[in-house]
Write a protein that binds this ligand. Sequence first.
Ligand code: ATP
Length: 406
Amino acid sequence: MRLSQLTLNNYRSYAESQFELHPGPNVLLGLNGVGKTNIAEAVGYLSTLGSHRVTYDQPLVRHGESQAIIRAHAHRGTQEAFLEVEINPGRSNRARINRGNPVRATDILGILRTVLFAPEDLELIKGSPGVRRRLFDDLAVQLRPALARVRQDYEKVLKQRNALLKSIRHEGFTETHESTLTVWDHQLSEAGSRLLRARLEMVAALRPHVEKAYQQLSGSVRTARMVYESSFEQQPPTGQKELAELMLTQLQAARKQERERAITLVGPHRDDILFSLDDVPVKGYASHGETWSYALSLRLGAYRVMVDDDPNEGAQPILILDDVFAELDARRRRRLAELAGEAEQLIVTAAVDDDVPESLLANAWRVESVEQISRVSPLESDVDSPAPSADSLSTPSPTSQDDDAS
Ligand SMILES: Nc1ncnc2c1ncn2[C@@H]1O[C@H](COP(=O)(O)OP(=O)(O)OP(=O)(O)O)[C@@H](O)[C@H]1O
C-alpha cells in the first residue's frame, strides 16, 4: 500500500500544502518543531481516524480554524482510491471516497493500513493499561473495521452503566434500577465479548512476530512474551458466545461490589496485557534500550500481522517511523533500517540527518518550515536544493527534480 499524494488543509501547522510521496523510503529531515511529525501523523490519521499524540481532534485543526481536511491518493496494487477526511471538532467527522458523497468517517476505515512507531510508544510499556488495550483494539479495528462500531457501543453502554451505578449510590437501589442494569449487562456482555475475542486473537497473532522482531532488533536471545490479564476470575474461553455468557455471570456476581464502588468492575475495559522478557516484566524492570526495543517490536509485529492478514502484492501497510532513529544505538538503527526497508512505502522523520541510516536516504526532504520543503541530495545531504514557492506548496516530483539537477 502507498500514498502518492497527500494534501493538508488547516491540518496542525499546515494551511494548504501538498506533498508527493514515493514508493520505498520517504525521509523528512528538519529542525525540531518545523512540522515533520504533523505530516506523519496525518497519514496515520487517514487509516485509524486517530492521532498517536492526542486522544481528541481539536489540536489537529490549525489554531483559529474550525475544520481540517486530509486528502490522499492511495494505491493498493493496481487499485487506486482518492480519500478525503474532514476533521470537525465538536461535530461529526466526514469522509469522501473517490469524490463521492460524504459518508461517516468510519466508512474509510480498512481502506488504508498503516503502522506508526513514535517515541510516544514508550507509553505502551510504561503507561497505564488503557494505552496497551488501545494498541490491540486499534490493530483489531484496522483488520476488521466493523469492530469500530462494537468498540463505540461498548464504551457507550459502559458510560451509561457507570452513571447508573453512581446514581444508585446517591439515590438508593430500586427495582427499576435492577431491570435497567440487567438490560445493560446483556448489552455490555454482547459488545464486550466481541471486543475481548478480537483482542485475544490479536495477542495470539502478535506473539510470535513480536518475539522474532525483538530478537532481530536487539540480537538478544531473551524471549519477548505477552500474557493477557483478564478481569474475569477464570481464564476466558475463546468462543464469543461462551465469553458473553461468562461476562454476564461475572457481572452478576460483582453486582454488590459494583454498587458499593459505583463502577463497572468486569469487562475488557479492566484488562491489561503483561509484557515480559523471559519471565521478567518489562515495565519497571527493563533498561531504556530494552524498553525501546520491546515497544518497537510490538509495532513491527503489528506490521507482520497485517501482512499475514492480507499477503497480496501491494497490500502491505505503510510503515511510519516518527523520530525513532535518534533513540537507537548503531546496531539497532542498522537492523531497523533493514527490517523497515522491506516496506512498500516507508515514512521516516528525523531532526538530525546523521541519525538516519544511509540506506534510507535515497528520497529525503528538508523541511525548513511549513512553506519550504526541498529535496535533499543523497550525496550532499547538507546542501539544500532550491525551495519551491510558498503558499500552495507542492514538493517537486521526481521528474522535476531530475530536470533541476540537469
Ligand atoms: N493545531 C495547530 N495549529 C497550529 N500550529 C500547530 C498546531 N499543532 C501543532 N502546531 C505546531 O506544529 C509544530 C510542531 O510540528 P511537528 O510536531 O510536526 O514538529 P517536528 O518537525 O516533528 O518536530 P520535532 O523534531 O521536535 O519532533 C509546532 O510549532 C506547533 O506549534
